[in-house]
Write a protein that binds this ligand. Structure first.
Ligand SMILES: Nc1nc2c(c(=O)[nH]1)N[C@H]1C(S)=C(S)[C@@H](COP(=O)(O)O)O[C@H]1N2
Ligand SMILES: [Mo]
Length: 310
């Protein structure tokens, strides 16, 4: 293993901030893999999408075909029908793009997509996605853990929750213009959920840049929660002290809670959540607790009443 000398570590004055932060992140990992992680990252700068590494956190289930993943969507900014996003989302301009990270952090600021792709090596993560409506898919995302980005901005001790806000551009988004929902779309996670290794910021799928209808250029993926928590086209990430109100809580408070963990034992007020239809399959399958990620995430909710805090 390559051991860094103290002079190499103290050269932040001549190191671009982005690379410096990234290097520090690797040091924080504090594992023998540091050197091997740094090496492929040199090539990642050229084409981060081609050099994505496979993640052990991926499911081995059959993938949902690309055309289903990109033509059957929920993205109310472009209309409420499943086919609306694929038809209408081309009008969203996704370059240049920046995310503002603000609130309870030591280093608030902006980060551009270019910097994001430079700083955070991509992994392929094949996750199940379970929509609250009762359908599911298996999607090969390209992305990186949200925790990597959050740590670079140094959340302070008051940062108990993370609020996410989608882009607000009615002139580029027909559903926003027609006010089919309360925009901008907003979501939230508790800080430990946000820092969990499964929680991903995705910039691509099926080996390519994220299609607009899937939330380009950058969206959240939280695989153990209902799909609506996985907010698309993010422009603001705000660390906050109090649990933030989400769009769905605001819209229908008696139907949608803050946590919204996939739970076959807690029915939606208007339908059962015991089963789901995997897109492309004929028979319904059983919905799994935490969407099959219980081994990894159940401990986050120790001591909580999942029927009350849904
Ligand atoms: N900004 C925004 N994000 C959103 C939505 C939305 O309408 N607007 N829909 C959510 C819902 S209900 C689901 S199921 C997933 C769908 O993601 P996909 O279209 O990539 O499969 O996106 C979520 N993220
Ligand atoms: Mo959904």
């Amino acid at each position: 293993m390559l051991i860094k000398t103290s002079t190499e570590l103290s050269d932040s004055a001549v190191t671009p901030e982005a690379i410096y932060l990234q290097r520090r992140q690797f040091l924080q990992l504090g594992i023998a893999a540091t050197a091997s992680l740094l090496a492929p990252n040199i090539f990642a700068a050229a084409n981060p999408f081609a050099s994505a590494t496979k993640s052990p956190l991926s499911t081995t289930e059959d993938l949902t075909p690309l055309d289903s993943v990109t033509s059957y969507n929920n993205f109310y900014e472009f209309g409420v029908e499943k086919t609306d996003p694929a038809q209408n989302a081309h009008t969203l301009i996704t370059t240049p793009w920046t995310i503002n990270v603000e609130g309870e952090v030591e280093k608030p600021g902006m980060i551009s997509m270019d910097e994001i792709l430079k700083n955070y090596p991509l992994e392929e993560r094949i996750y199940r996605l379970r929509c609250v409506e009762g359908w599911s898919m298996v999607i090969p995302w390209l992305g990186f853990p949200l925790s990597h980005l959050l740590k670079a901005f140094k959340p302070n001790s008051r940062a108990k929750y993370v609020q996410f806000i989608s882009v607000d551009r009615p002139e580029q988004m027909i559903g926003q213009k027609q006010k089919v929902f309360e925009f901008p779309y907003q979501e939230g996670l508790r800080i430990d959920e946000a820092m969990h290794p499964l929680t991903l910021l995705s910039v691509g799928l099926y080996g390519k840049v994220l299609p607009n209808q899937n939330g380009a250029p950058i969206r959240l993926v939280v695989p153990w929660k209902y799909g609506f928590k996985s907010i698309k086209s993010i422009v603001t990430i705000r660390l906050v002290e109090k649990q933030p109100l989400t769009s769905w809580q605001k819209a229908v408070p008696n139907e949608y809670g803050f946590y919204s963990n996939v739970n076959p034992e807690v029915d939606h007020p208007r339908w059962s959540q015991k089963k789901e239809r995997r897109i492309g399959e004929f028979f319904k399958r059983k919905t799994l607790m935490f969407n099959g990620y219980a081994d990894q995430v159940a401990a986050l909710y120790n001591g909580m009443d999942l029927r009350k805090d849904y």
